[in-house]
Ligand binder design. Structure first.
Ligand code: IPE
Ligand code: IPE
Ligand code: MG
Length: 266
């Protein structure tokens, strides 16, 4: 055995057990999806963009059921970004209306399938009617255990980090905690989805290669999978393909490949 590989093995022995569990994962615990390409899907058929958003709802239903059947614990879907307010007013209001009707229509099915719904994002900008509906849906499904469905609505990764920082800053200001307690761990505990696994796999449909201010902190070590498939066409097979890509990746978390091989063989 070379000196190099011997020292690799030694380092492995002192690793926290979470790393070992993470590198052996073949099904991600937490999948986050940037559901992009609805507009182009509709436009390619000469139809208005809203038709693409409606077709996108069907793809959401499929993704939720696939995630649940595969044993994924958390599925986070990017439905509306903090930047999407910049779209034409008509598209924004259509999206809001769609959000409202879909929530109303799908809630029973989600609940019967053991899905816990959790809306992440700054919902204070939504209509009081929609805010009320969100609160009721979250309450109804709060005890469900089969899958957590986080729907990111008026969400931005920077907003999430800022709102957590502001909560901590307020605690420091009031004397509830000291500035030395303003740690990475404390910040993590104030972010959205704080009780869930960090994002293992982030998928973006629609052919672009960017994160568009989606989960930033929680996806620090996520595997990224980009596909040209437009969101309304993203089906069970496409989801499984992305999971297969994930399973074949070597997640190293800063370690060497040799260390990872050692962990996987234990
Ligand atoms: C994603 O599809 C859905 C939302 C942003 C609401 P788009 O509407 O961005 O579709 P493209 O990218 O224009 O095709
Ligand atoms: C990201 O898609 C947001 C959602 C999928 C909701 P966009 O289509 O808004 O992203 P950009 O603007 O092309 O980066
Ligand atoms: Mg887009």
């Amino acid at each position: 055995m070379s000196i190099d590989s011997q020292s690799d093995t030694e380092v492995t022995q002192t690793l926290p057990s979470e790393i070992s569990a993470l590198v052996k994962q073949s099904i991600p615990k937490h999948v986050a999806i940037i559901m992009d390409g609805n507009g182009r899907w509709a436009q390619a058929q000469g139809k208005p963009r809203v038709i693409g958003h409606k077709a996108g709802v069907k793809a959401v239903r499929r993704a939720v059921s696939t995630a649940r059947n595969l044993g994924v614990e958390s599925l986070t879907l990017f439905a509306f970004s903090s930047e999407n307010w910049r779209r034409p007013d008509k598209e924004v209001s259509l999206l809001m209306e769609l959000f409202f009707t879909v929530l109303q229509r799908e809630l029973k099915l989600l609940h019967n399938n053991g899905v816990r719904l959790n809306i992440i994002g700054d919902i204070s900008r939504f209509s009081p009617r929609l805010q009320k509906q969100i609160a009721a849906a979250e309450e109804k499904t709060a005890d469900n255990k089969d899958l957590v469905l986080n729907v990111a609505a008026n969400y931005g990764g920077r907003w999430d980090i800022m709102q957590a920082a502001q909560k901590l800053a307020a605690k420091v200001e009031s004397g509830e905690m000291s500035s030395t307690q303003f740690t990475e761990e404390a910040l993590s505990e104030h972010l959205c989805m704080q009780n869930q696994a960090e994002v293992d796999l982030m998928i973006r449909t629609g052919g672009d290669y960017r994160i568009s201010n989606f989960v930033l902190w929680q996806a620090a070590y996520a595997e990224l999978v980009f596909t040209d498939t437009l969101w309304p066409d993203f089906d069970e097979d496409a989801f499984k393909d992305a999971i297969a890509i994930f399973a074949n990746r070597q997640r190293r978390f800063g370690l060497t490949g040799t260390q990872i091989d050692t962990i996987r063989s234990l």
